[in-house]
Design a protein around this ligand. Structure first.
Ligand SMILES: CC(C)(COP(=O)(O)OP(=O)(O)OC[C@H]1O[C@@H](n2cnc3c(N)ncnc32)[C@H](O)[C@@H]1OP(=O)(O)O)[C@@H](O)C(=O)NCCC(=O)NCCS
Length: 303
């Protein structure tokens, strides 16, 4: 497994990645499928899903994000990825994981679709360019007065409270809770993405996760009640020190319009697929319900 992972992710500390992502995830251990050559037993490919509690139209279910799909170059275009995705769905069902989702690379998407996955929407990068940020900055600082970002350093019960207030029964979204946030953003290998509570005075307004690349800042996650989202975004924009801001969410889902109103422009998009066990709530195939942010993926660096 580690050998194939290091072929797939050359230069990264795969042992560290394995223990963090595969073994220590508070929502459940990874479900992994390995393809082997029938005669020699040689491993040819791997794919995994990483469990994630989900809120699906008001009900709590167990879902997962897909990741680390890899087939050795000499074994490609023989249907191995497709077969692994089929096998993975069976293993998921056996482990009580009902759905897998995410924006895969194009060749992997074809394999997933052949195995039964459906494209539901597109995740799109939205950017607020430097010029606009400098024009909106002073105005934003007035709107954001009294607001601040407070770093999250471990399991923080405010995460659960903010998430519960932010969601409603129409949404399909991965759950943000204290355990997940601590594992994903405090204990992750690179610590490049830092989580914050967004406060306005003493009011808990929202959650955000930021990644800096110089003065360019990625909003990796943003959670707030829809009435507070614009305000939370102003606080994030003015407190982050960003010259340019970028984020990525479902372009037909909740909050996409708020980004437009806040001066974010749509850029390139990527198909977002759902691979679900039989009998799954049809809500998971409704583009308008999905809130999926960059931080819901398995990449602990995005810019
Ligand atoms: C993506 C990957 C896992 C696909 O593995 P695979 O076993 O070759 O995939 P399959 O044979 O099941 O391919 C299914 C279909 O996907 C499409 N496809 C896959 N690889 C393709 C390629 N290089 N060029 C064009 N189409 C491709 C084809 O439609 C293919 O069917 P076909 O061969 O009958 O035309 C493999 O190329 C890989 O490991 N790539 C590097 C790592 C990576 O990108 N991982 C995905 C991260 S999301």
């Amino acid at each position: 497994m580690l050998h194939l992972l290091s072929e797939h992710l050359p230069g990264s500390d795969v042992a560290r990645r394995y223990s963090w992502l595969y073994e220590q995830n508070p929502h459940g251990r990874a479900v992994t499928v390995i393809a082997r050559d029938e005669r020699s037993g040689e491993p040819l490919g791997i794919t995994s899903v990483f469990p994630r509690r989900m809120l699906i139209a008001g009900r709590m279910r167990l879902g997962s994000i897909g990741g680390d799909g890899y087939v050795r170059p000499s074994a490609r275009r023989r249907g191995i990825a497709t077969a692994m995705h089929r096998a993975s769905l069976e293993r998921m069902r056996a482990e009580g994981v009902e759905i897998m989702f995410g924006p895969p690379e194009p060749h992997n998407l074809r394999a997933l679709e052949r195995a039964g996955a459906r494209v539901v929407c597109h995740v799109r990068r939205f950017a607020r360019p430097r010029l606009l940020q400098s024009v909106l900055g002073p105005l934003g600082r007035i709107v954001a007065r009294g607001g601040r970002l407070v770093p999250i350093e471990g399991r923080d019960p405010r995460v659960d409270r903010i998430f519960e207030r932010a969601v409603d029964d129409t949404l399909v979204t991965p759950v943000r809770d204290a355990a997940h946030y601590a594992w994903r953003f405090v204990e992750c290998p690179s610590r490049a993405q830092r989580a914050f509570v967004v406060l306005s005075g003493d009011k808990l307004l929202g959650l955000c996760v930021l990644e800096h690349a110089g003065r360019r800042v990625a909003i990796v996650d943003l959670v707030a009640h829809p009435d507070d989202l614009g305000h939370a975004l102003s606080i994030v924009a003015s407190s982050s020190g960003a010259e340019a801001l970028v984020t990525q969410i479902n372009d037909r889902g909740p909050h996409a319009r708020s980004l437009g109103r806040a001066g974010f422009f749509p850029r390139e998009g990527k198909p977002f697929q759902v691979h679900a066990c039989e009998g799954m709530d049809p809500a998971v195939f409704d583009a308008r319900r999905w809130y999926y942010a960059w931080g819901d993926g398995d990449l602990d660096r995005v810019i």
